[in-house]
Design a protein around this ligand. Sequence first.
Ligand SMILES: Cc1cc2nc3c(=O)[nH]c(=O)nc-3n(C[C@H](O)[C@H](O)[C@H](O)COP(=O)(O)OP(=O)(O)OC[C@H]3O[C@@H](n4cnc5c(N)ncnc54)[C@H](O)[C@@H]3O)c2cc1C
Length: 262
Amino acid sequence: MKVSGGGRCNLTHACFDIVEMSKRYPRGTHFVKKTFHQFFTKDTIEWFKERGVETKAEADGRMFPVTNSSQTIIDCLLREVDQYNVQINMQCEVKEICSEADMFVLQTSTNQKLTADYICIATGGFPKATMFEWLKNTGHTISAPVPSLFTFNLPKHPITQLMGVSVADAMVKIAGIKLQQRGPVLITHWGLSGPATLKLSAYAAIELADKNWQFDILINWLPEYNEHSLKEFFYNFVMKAVLNCCIIKTLLVCHSGFGNSF
Ligand SMILES: Cc1cc2nc3c(=O)[nH]c(=O)nc-3n(C[C@H](O)[C@H](O)[C@H](O)COP(=O)(O)OP(=O)(O)OC[C@H]3O[C@@H](n4cnc5c(N)ncnc54)[C@H](O)[C@@H]3O)c2cc1C
């Protein structure tokens, strides 16, 4: 948490529409929608406010504590932990979860046996499916993890010679699948990056893993135009340029004509 949000902790987003916010979770839309009805952005802001943490929204919707320090959030959560006498066991890995006589029994790496009526598993993600093995006893279905939020590597592609060029508005598509993302694209020395690329890698994470990350990318560098409007734009552009040339030529001719008469 200390390093989150560049040390400021981007604790929520100024989006107050549950449907809109749910769409941002492509593989969990329905799940988060249900959860958001229980606790949403407004509740997060109020929860922290009630505990003395004021928040502010930035122009792009990201919300931070007004102190601009993630330590404010850490301190707030630790105060809450103290208030409810929550015990934190550091360096203590849960190795196995079993159920015995209507109770959960947790076996830890420190050779402790903990019993509980309820357990909440919030262990974050793991890069490999095998790392979820210890959870199998709980009966949950484990989806194989795939990478997300990555840039596109285009080894030796000539476009990399344009490294450093950033295009404010482009449409990035993956050939053969319906997903696409529009927004800023950055050309780097290894391929493509920027918000549109990163978002597309997240939305298409499963499809790209199925393709073993070998795929063709289609980029529309002028997404605000279609074939017809682009032709019209070029025509007008060329016509204007030709007209300007004619005017300049005429002026030059006139000018040299005057010159001669003086
Ligand atoms: C550099 C960086 C900046 C970020 N900034 C932001 C931000 O500003 N805002 C934001 O919303 N998100 C941010 N994120 C994403 C955010 O950190 C994660 O989405 C979030 O931490 C996920 O929370 P979690 O509780 O699911 O998992 P985690 O934070 O990964 O916590 C899981 C915990 O479970 C423990 N654990 C794992 N296995 C076991 C086990 N078998 N037994 C016991 N304990 C176990 C782990 O050690 C860990 O402490 C950032 C991420 C990074 C890397």
